[in-house]
Every structure is written in structure tokens, then in C-alpha cells.
Design a protein around this ligand. Structure first.
Ligand code: GLA
Length: 733
């Protein structure tokens, strides 16, 4: 049993294959955090220390004992108002505006299977998977407030999930001013915080900084998870590397604003928190009402970042992503955006489709510009009816023609947005999030629709369905192209609820679509990767990773993304050169090698390529089809850091070690350059591997020890791929 309760000491222990998590409801009823680390038996309450720390308050129930203070003790769910001056997980005000909440343990239950969170995306797993749930009830009797801490465990995956449900069981309203999903308190340690900051077209750059005294805070106040910060952080021992050292991940299953904080306190203890953003958040709960914190996925590795990533990848791939395309190979697509932007007709789309088909592409995506009078990005969002003049007929007729070529058809929409220059806005100006009496902040000349309102959601859902029902449309690119600036819903007095309710509204519409169109492949997008998070992956198994399609910039973007997210989630395309974002020219082969570390597709007009290039693309697609299963299901290894190494290399290795694809891109070229070696990991020790192209046999141990030399003939931005197959009967058992 992964979850064990020891009644004598009131200790809760959660075991996974390689980790143990432990907490204790102590004699005063406080739920203290004891341990999260390498798998261990026994009670870890010996880790707690007690001393009169001075200016650290003592709870009344401790009597005259000045050594008991919540300011110093590690806790599971610290609240504001207990004499703990570190950052809290929960801040509450009562009906009179008085701050303060003190939670005591009341009861708990352990049940088979993994809990679900109604209305919210969450990890799913059944009892047959070995999953279990622990629910711990805490209560503040004065407020009449109950908090249920939810813990889910997927033991074989080394995954623990957490969430919290705050319920008003009292007779007066309370207001939640801050709500975090999980807290991890560390009694000692010297840590680095790893996060993935970025910007539009340069998302999720690896960032590692040592934690000093004080707090390191990242988050998004943009209403969405954002390009600028990703809701995924790692706390690591100073010396942790890819393959050695302790590290802990927190990954939020949420696509709205968020906050993550690592605080090193006066006693050199560290607190890691993650949950909802605090700003413009103030959530009133009437008696009987509740509020759920989005889920956080926790994982621990004692063997470096690589193991941590593998654990998260497995969890996201198999227990967050859903639907037909969770396991099925994703169609190789060609997207019209960089091929023609807004400048297309039904006829040119059909031509593009014919070209695509001849190359072996499986899905044609018609991007922005097919609806209303959308001739540029200043108008028509919300008017989701096809521009039949532009398309030269109905959408249904175009879909049919494309499908008749033997291709699937996909379409772009941006359902959460509206332009002022649209029929939708003209008839419902109050449906946009704008503040009365204040001219709205525009971004890409568009406004955000108020998805916290049912009538808005219902209408947009109906419009999406009307589009999808035009024909056999098997793919939807769901885009979001601005941040939320004005938080004002025209129907509620409680503006502090709007951002949270908005995101639940988006999830509701996505859920309805997934139910009605179970075979629809939805690709998430937000100006590239501005909403690239585990929450979206629950509805969209792949997300357009970045509007930056430059293969060399992509190395860093995909490197950073790979820490938290599997390759199957990473939308990646080959585009034309010179690249539209950077002006750089890279070999077509390298562009394909980089895109093949994701969902793989094209975003160019094949008619503008030479016959030789088209022939190369045909071969690329054939090769990707052969590699796809390993890319989608294999273990991902980062073999070098593109920021510091002259060569960026990575590998996909089958879980059973039978196959490996090792890819490397030379980023820098110098005269008389020293040879660059790529050292793969994850091969079967003692085994021999044959390189498919050259037939050459390599010993796995030497490969993993010294590596493979890159051909010295490689030029800057050239790439090389080794496809290794294990020779049967070799390898140490
Ligand atoms: C966003 C997306 C692009 C494209 C455009 C269309 O920027 O990230 O891929 O769809 O919108 O306007």
C-alpha cells in the first residue's frame, strides 16, 4: 500500500518506487511536514528541532513552552495568522475583514484510485494502476472553514499530486485572499531554483540560480501561464546534474496566472510554494461554497534532472493527456501560416494541400484568416463564419476537397478573443473584459472575452461546433494572442473571482469539445508557447511550442521545455529559410532534425522549394514516421546544454534499451576545431549497438563513457543523427 497511516504517532507516509513523503498531525493538531526524499522506512519526526527562537510566536495551546513555534517548524499547509512569518499557502479574511486562519487536523481517509477535481484538469489514474488518494481534513473552528488537502500517488511513476479544497462550513462569508496548491518545507539544504523564464518567441529558457536569504518569486499576472514564466520549477541541490543529485519538481496543472516562491528563512530552512497568483484575486465564499486549488504534480529524483524529467514525461503522457492521440501517432501536418499568412484563397489552400499530399503530409491546417472579414490581424475575431468569397465557396466544400486528396483537414480558431471591429463585439460589447468608463487596453488590437460568463461560453461553444460540423475537421488549433489586462466582468460584483472563473470557463468549453468530438486533435497555442502547461495538456496533447521556428533558437526553447514536458507535447515545424523570425539560414536537414524532437510538421509553401528540396522532405517524412513511436514514447536524454556547448545533442532511447536516436546540431564552427564528442546515456550496459545508416557496431559502454565524435566535416548549423539498434543477445542482464 503506497499510503500508510500510523495511528500512534499520527504519521502519514506516502511511498513511491523511489521516494517517500511523510507528514504528522502533531500533539497540538498541526499538520507538520516531515520528509520528502529518497525512499525510506520509519518515522522521520526525529528531524524536527525545538528551540526558543525569539520573536517567533507560540500557539496558545503550547502553554508555557516557548520552543514550539510554527515560525520554525516545517508545515504541510501553512496559513497566514499562526505566528509563522514565512509565506503562507492560504490567507483568509472573515466577514468583518479580519485576517487570520488556523487549521487543525480533524480526520482523514485513504481511498483506492486517484482523486479527480471537478471542473479542473488533473492527473488521472485508477486503482488498477496502483494509484491511491489521501484526503486530510483540516479545520478552523472560529471561521467555520474546512480545508481538504488532497494527495494522489502514482507509485510506479514516482509521482505525488497535491491539491486543496477550501470550504465555508460556517454561517458567514469568508474571503480567500491567497491560495497555493502545495507547500514543501525543507528543514535544511543549500538549493538552486531552476525555472524557465522567456519571452514571446523565446519561451522556456533554462535558468538556475542559487537561493539566498529571502524569497525568489516567479509567476504570471497575465491571466495565462505566459511566455515569461512557466508554471514549472525545480528545486535542486547545488551540485545536482543531469544524472546525479537530488531534485524536486513542482508542476502546476493550470493555465491561468500563477505564483511559485522559494523562500530561505532565518533558520536556513527553505519553503517552496506553488499555486494561484495573488494579484487581482480575492475569492469570497458564502456559507456552503468551496474553492479548489489547481493541482500540483510533485516528483523527486535522487539521480538528477534526467530521471526527474522522465518521471514527469511519463505522467503527462499517460496520466494527463487524454483521447485518441494520447497514444496514437500524431499526423504529420502542414500549416498555412508561414506559407501564406493572411494571403490565401480556397484555391491556394487546395494547391497547398496538393503539394503537401505529394510530400507525404497527412494533415493540412488552414491557419488564421479564413473567417469574417479577417484580412489582417486587426478585425473579425469572434465572427466564426467562413469568408466564402475568400474561400471561393463554403468551408464544408473546401474541407471536402482537401479530404478527397487523402488528407485530414485542420483549422485555426481563437475562441477566447474578440476584435472591437467584429459583429460579435458590436452586438455584445459587454462580453469583453473591459472596465466601464476606461478605454480598454488593446493588444494585437483585440480584447478578451469574458469566459467567466455562461452565456459567453455557450455562444462561443455553439460557434465552434458550427465550424467543426461543416465537414470532417479532425484538428483544431486553439490560439490565444494577448494577455488579460482588465479584470472586470460586467455581471458580477466580485471582480476578485473573475480570473479564476475565467480559466474554469475555458476548461469547461474545452471539456465539452473533447466530449462531443472525441477524435478531434486539439493543438494548444498562445502566440506560440504562451500557455504551455500541464493544464492545457489535459485537453490538447500537443501545444505549439513557439512562434519562433528558427532551428537554432528552437534548440534552446526545446531544451528548456524538455525539463518538464515530453516531446509528444512539443509542436515543432520545419519552416522556410531565411527564417521569418531571425533571418537565419540553416540546412533543411537540420530544420527537420530539430522539428523531429517534437510533433513534426511543416510551415512553408512547398511550391517555392526546389525539386531536390521536395525530395528531401519526402524522405524526412518517411524517416519521421519510422522514428515517431520512439520520439513519442521513448525516454528523452539531454546530452548537452545548447547555451554553453558548441553542439546541442539529445537522444531518444526506448524504455527497453533496444533502440536509440541520437541527434546533434553543431552550433559553432571554428578553424582547426577540436573534435566534439557526444556521450549518449540510457543504452544497455554491456550491449553492442549497430548504426542503421553505416552498419557500424559500437560498444554501449564506450559510447556512454567517451562518446561519439561528430564528423569533422560538419559545418556550422549542420546536424547528424545516429539511429542505433541493440544487437540481440548482447548486454549485461
Ligand atoms: C499566433 C500563432 C501563430 C499563428 C498566428 C495567427 O501568433 O502562434 O502560429 O497561428 O497567431 O494569427
Amino acid at each position: 500500500m503506497p499510503i500508510i497511516y500510523t495511528p500512534e504517532q499520527r504519521i502519514f507516509t506516502i511511498h513511491t518506487a523511489h521516494s517517500t513523503y511523510q507528514m504528522q498531525a502533531d500533539a497540538l493538531g498541526h499538520l507538520l511536514h516531515l520528509y520528502y526524499g529518497a525512499r525510506s522506512e520509519g518515522s522521520m519526526d526525529y528531524l524536527l528541532t525545538y528551540a526558543d527562537r525569539g520573536f517567533s510566536g507560540n500557539p496558545n495551546a503550547a502553554g508555557r513552552d516557548r520552543t514550539y513555534s510554527l515560525d520554525a517548524l516545517p508545515q504541510e499547509f501553512p496559513t497566514q495568522g499562526t505566528g509563522d512569518y514565512r509565506s503562507p499557502a492560504l490567507t483568509v479574511r472573515d466577514a468583518n475583514g479580519v485576517f487570520g486562519c488556523r487549521l487543525l487536523y480533524r480526520s482523514h481517509e485513504i481511498i483506492p484510485g486517484k482523486y479527480a477535481l471537478p471542473g479542473l484538469p488533473a492527473v488521472y489514474a485508477e486503482a488498477e494502476d496502483g494509484a491511491e488518494t489521501l484526503r486530510i481534513e483540516l479545520e478552523d473552528a472560529r471561521l467555520g472553514l474546512a480545508v481538504t488537502l488532497c494527495y494522489g500517488v502514482l507509485p510506479s511513476l514516482d509521482i505525488i499530486t497535491r491539491s486543496a479544497v477550501v470550504r465555508n462550513r460556517g454561517t458567514a462569508a469568508v474571503t480567500v485572499e491567497k491560495l497555493q496548491s502545495a507547500c514543501l518545507d525543507y528543514v535544511c539544504g543549500d538549493f538552486d531554483l531552476v525555472s524557465f523564464p522567456g519571452r514571446y518567441a523565446m519561451e522556456r529558457q533554462f535558468d538556475r540560480r542559487p537561493l539566498g536569504r529571502g524569497a525568489a518569486v516567479i509567476g504570471s499576472r497575465r491571466g495565462y501561464s505566459s511566455h515569461q514564466y512557466n508554471p514549472f520549477v525545480i528545486l535542486a541541490d547545488r551540485g545536482t546534474t543531469e544524472s546525479a543529485g537530488r531534485c524536486w519538481a513542482m508542476q502546476l496543472v493550470w493555465s491561468g496566472g500563477f505564483r511559485a516562491e522559494a523562500e530561505r528563512d532565518q533558520l536556513e530552512q527553505t519553503r517552496l510554494l506553488m499555486g494561484l497568483g495573488e494579484e487581482q484575486f480575492s475569492y469570497p465564499l458564502q456559507p456552503g461554497q468551496s474553492l479548489t486549488a489547481p493541482e500540483v504534480i510533485l516528483s523527486f529524483s535522487a539521480q538528477g534532472f534526467e530521471r526527474l524529467s522522465h518521471q514527469l514525461h511519463r505522467c503527462l503522457r499517460r496520466h494527463v493527456c487524454r483521447g485518441k492521440y494520447r497514444d496514437a501517432r500524431r499526423p504529420v501536418l502542414l500549416n498555412s501560416w508561414e506559407a501564406s499568412y493572411f494571403d490565401f484563397t480556397g484555391e491556394s489552400i487546395l494547391r497547398l494541400a496538393e503539394e503537401a499530399k505529394a510530400l507525404g503530409v497527412e494533415l493540412l491546417v488552414m491557419d488564421d484568416g479564413w473567417f469574417g472579414d479577417r484580412c489582417d490581424d486587426n478585425r473579425a475575431l469572434g465572427d466564426w463564419t467562413a469568408n466564402e468569397q475568400k474561400l471561393g465557396g463554403s468551408l464544408g466544400a473546401l474541407v471536402e476537397k482537401v479530404c478527397a486528396l487523402g488528407l485530414k483537414f485542420g483549422i485555426w480558431m481563437e475562441p477566447e478573443m474578440v476584435n472591437e471591429d467584429s459583429d460579435l463585439y458590436r452586438s455584445h460589447p459587454d462580453w469583453a473584459l473591459t472596465i466601464p468608463g476606461r478605454p480598454p487596453i488593446r493588444s494585437r488590437n483585440q480584447l478578451v472575452l469574458d469566459f467567466s460568463r455562461r452565456e459567453v461560453r455557450d455562444e462561443i461553444y455553439a460557434r465552434i461546433c458550427r465550424v467543426l460540423d461543416q465537414g470532417s475537421i479532425e484538428y483544431l488549433k486553439w490560439d490565444v494572442n494577448r494577455s488579460i489586462a482588465e479584470v472586470y466582468s460586467h455581471t458580477t460584483g466580485d471582480q476578485g473571482k473573475v480570473l479564476y472563473d475565467y480559466m474554469l470557463g475555458v476548461y469547461e468549453v474545452l471539456e465539452r469539445l473533447c466530449t462531443r468530438y472525441p477524435d478531434l486533435l486539439i493543438e494548444g497555442c498562445s502566440g506560440g508557447g504562451g500557455r504551455f502547461d500541464a493544464g492545457m495538456l489535459y485537453y490538447c496533447p500537443q501545444i505549439w511550442c513557439s512562434d519562433n521556428t528558427d532551428a537554432i533558437d528552437r534548440l534552446r526553447i526545446q531544451y528548456g521545455s524538455s525539463f518538464g514536458y515530453p516531446a509528444s507535447a512539443i509542436g515543432a515545424h520545419v519552416s522556410a529559410c531565411p527564417n521569418h523570425q531571425t533571418g537565419r539560414t540553416t540546412p533543411l536537414s537540420t530544420r527537420a532534425v530539430v522539428a523531429a524532437a517534437g510533433t513534426f510538421g511543416y510551415e512553408l509553401d512547398p511550391a517555392k522549394l526546389s525539386e531536390a528540396e521536395r525530395a528531401e522532405i519526402r524522405r524526412q517524412i518517411e524517416t519521421f514516421r519510422e522514428d515517431a513511436e520512439l520520439v513519442q514514447q521513448g525516454l528523452y536524454y539531454r546530452l548537452s546544454d545548447p547555451e554553453t556547448a558548441p553542439c546541442c545533442a539529445w537522444a531518444f532511447v526506448a524504455e527497453d534499451g533496444t533502440r536509440a536516436i541520437i541527434s546533434a546540431v553543431l552550433q559553432e564552427k571554428h578553424a582547426n576545431m577540436p573534435a566534439v564528442y557526444v556521450r549518449p546515456r540510457g543504452l544497455t550496459p554491456g550491449a553492442f549497438y549497430r548504426d542503421r545508416a553505416s552498419g557500424r557496431v559500437y560498444p554501449a559502454d564506450a559510447l556512454m563513457d567517451t562518446g561519439l565524435p561528430l564528423p569533422l566535416t560538419l559545418g556550422q548549423y549542420d546536424s547528424v543523427v545516429w539511429r542505433l539498434e541493440r544487437i540481440e543477445g548482447t548486454g549485461r542482464p
